[in-house]
Design a protein around this ligand. Structure first.
Ligand code: ADP
Ligand code: MG
Length: 244
C-alpha cells in the first residue's frame, strides 16, 4: 500500500441510544480502490458521512493526507480533495447537464470559464460528458435525467474537481448493467491517475472487478478487511449476510 490518503481512528457514532458505529479503524492507501460492504443498516452511509464531514463522530478522528479533519465543514474538505457522491443525487433545476459539469471544478475556474467563454476546463468537462456517455442528454436539464444518469453525472462532477479521494455511495444503483462495466473501466483509469476511492456497493461482481480490498461492516463494527475473492470464505462475513 502506498502512503495513506485516509486514516479513520476509533470512530464511534450513536443516534440516541442506538450505537451505529463502534471503534471503526481503517486506512486507505493513495493508490487503492477499497470497497465498503455490509448488510442494510450496518452503518456504511453513516461512515461515509463522517469521512466526508457531513456528520460528526461522537469519538475518534479522520485524518486526510495526515491532517485531522475535525471540525472542518464538508465544502472545505471537498476543496482539500476529499469528495463524495450520494446514494440519491439531487440536481439543480435550471442547469443543463453540460452547465452542471462546466460549473463544477474545485477552484471555481470552471464556473468562471462558463461565463467568459471556452477554456481548458470546458474541454475537460466535454471529455467527461463523452466518457460517461452523457452526450445525448448534455443539453437537457440535469434534473430531468433518469436516476442512473444522475448517478453518472454526479460521479463525473466529483471527478472533475480532481479529488485525491473519491467516496461513492452505491454508484451502480439504477445504472444500466451495460454501463456498469464501462464505469469500472473509467474508475480504474482515474485511479491510475491518482484518485483513491472508497466505494459502498452491493453489486459483488462490480466490487470484484473494481476493488483490490474490501472492508465489511456488520452492526457498526468492521468484521473483515480482505481481498474481494476472500469474502466468500470468511465465516463472519457469510454469517453477517445470512443474518445469524
Ligand atoms: P447502511 O448505509 O449500511 O444501510 P446507515 O448508515 O444508513 O446504514 O444506517 C445505519 C443505522 O443508523 C440504521 O439503523 C439507521 O436507521 C440508523 N440511522 C442512520 N442515520 C440516522 C439518523 N440521522 N438518525 C437516526 N438513525 C439513523
Ligand atoms: Mg446506505
Amino acid at each position: 500500500m502506498a502512503e495513506a490518503v485516509l486514516t479513520a481512528e476509533h470512530i464511534a457514532k450513536a443516534f440516541g441510544a442506538h450505537k451505529v458505529l463502534s471503534d471503526v479503524r481503517f486506512c486507505i492507501g493513495a493508490d487503492e480502490i477499497v470497497g465498503l460492504l455490509g448488510p442494510n443498516g450496518s452503518g456504511k452511509s453513516t461512515l461515509l458521512n463522517i469521512v466526508s464531514g457531513f456528520s460528526r463522530p461522537d469519538a475518534g478522528e479522520i485524518l486526510f493526507l495526515g491532517k485531522s479533519l475535525a471540525g472542518m465543514p464538508s465544502h472545505k474538505i471537498a476543496r482539500h480533495g476529499l469528495v463524495r457522491t450520494f446514494q440519491l443525487p439531487s440536481m439543480p433545476h435550471r442547469m443543463t447537464v453540460r452547465e452542471v459539469l462546466r460549473a463544477g471544478s474545485r477552484d471555481g475556474a470552471g464556473l468562471l470559464n462558463s461565463f467568459t467563454g471556452k477554456g481548458s476546463e470546458d474541454a475537460n468537462a466535454d471529455e467527461l460528458i463523452e466518457q460517461f456517455a452523457l452526450a445525448p442528454v448534455a443539453h437537457l436539464p440535469a434534473s430531468s435525467l433518469s436516476g442512473g444518469q444522475k448517478k453518472l453525472l454526479s460521479i463525473a462532477v466529483a471527478l472533475r474537481t480532481r479529488p485525491k479521494l473519491l467516496c461513492l455511495d452505491e454508484p451502480t444503483a439504477g445504472v444500466h448493467p451495460q454501463l456498469r462495466g464501462r464505469m469500472v473501466e473509467l474508475l480504474k483509469a482515474f485511479n491510475k491517475r491518482g484518485v483513491a476511492m472508497l466505494v459502498v456497493e452491493h453489486d459483488m461482481h462490480f466490487i470484484r472487478e473494481l476493488c483490490g480490498r474490501c472492508i465489511v461492516l456488520d452492526r457498526g463494527e468492521i468484521i473483515a478487511d480482505c481481498a474481494p475473492r476472500e469474502l466468500t470464505e470468511n465465516e463472519r462475513v457469510v454469517e453477517a449476510y445470512l443474518g445469524k
